[in-house]
Design a protein around this ligand. Sequence first.
Ligand code: SAM
Length: 298
Amino acid sequence: MGDLAQTTVQTALRAAIARFHQAGIDSPTLTARLLLAAALNKPREWLVAHNDDPLDAAQDNTFERLVARALAHEPLAYLLGRREFYGLEFIIDPRALIPRPETEMLVERALALLRAPLQDNDPQSEAGCVDAIDVGTGSGAIAIAIAKHAPGARLAATDISAEALEVARVNAAQHGVADRIAFAQADLLDNTPYRARVITANLPYVTTAEIEALPPEIQAHEPRAALDGGVDGLALVRRLLSQLPAHLLPGGAAFFEIGASQGPAALRAAAELLPSARVRLDKDLAGLDRVLSVVTPN
Ligand SMILES: C[S@@+](CC[C@H](N)C(=O)[O-])C[C@H]1O[C@@H](n2cnc3c(N)ncnc32)[C@H](O)[C@@H]1O
């Protein structure tokens, strides 16, 4: 007797797409294809020419588990275990925030400064001096992208979360830059010896009230410690601003990612806490305030 119930690539996809539609999951067809390709360990294009290929029980189970997680609104990057950032692929899981495209601006700003010639009285050889520090490194995306594009640069990267640092260390090893990035568990830069002419920080900046309104993919699945920036979203930014004199070399710059509505408050905080620094805001590609730059005098 023929096995009419045998699941094939096509029937598996059709069933998943229908369930995603019904549950209001974004891009149901693309999501189903990406998950099935991951379950079968094949490139997505492979599916097109293999519509009638049967799935064995193990493949069927793996796909079903991924579909169930997607239906529970787990973000695609966690389901696939990877996300591209600054042209590099990062291993991603729920221990760390998923890197966002707008954060690439911090990497661009940092690299532009690192490419500028050093001053004669450069103190780089002093203990604790590195080229750049990334604060709240999460998956390590910013620090690793900088290290990959600034060959020879030495970095430090901190996070308060030991779990996020585990992800960052794996990514640094994957990208061959582990020997140039010192990872440290710290509350911002408290009790660390690091000083640099570039500091990047994509710290949590969602206001505590806004967190409740975030889509379930973010609110229920990304680490709360990576999101919550306190009552006005700028609590950690302010604390790091006040730590800059001890960690940013003269003539250096710190770049903070901020929320679109936080520009004026962030500028005010920087001007109040560091009156001798030059401060400015840059907009992202959507025209929204996104990066606060703080440049210290020479
Ligand atoms: C918005 S996520 C950014 C992660 C990564 N830099 C990125 O851009 O994808 C903020 C990160 O800051 C870390 N963090 C939160 N509070 C911190 C603190 N007080 N000191 C150091 N890191 C902190 C979180 O654990 C999280 O990894």
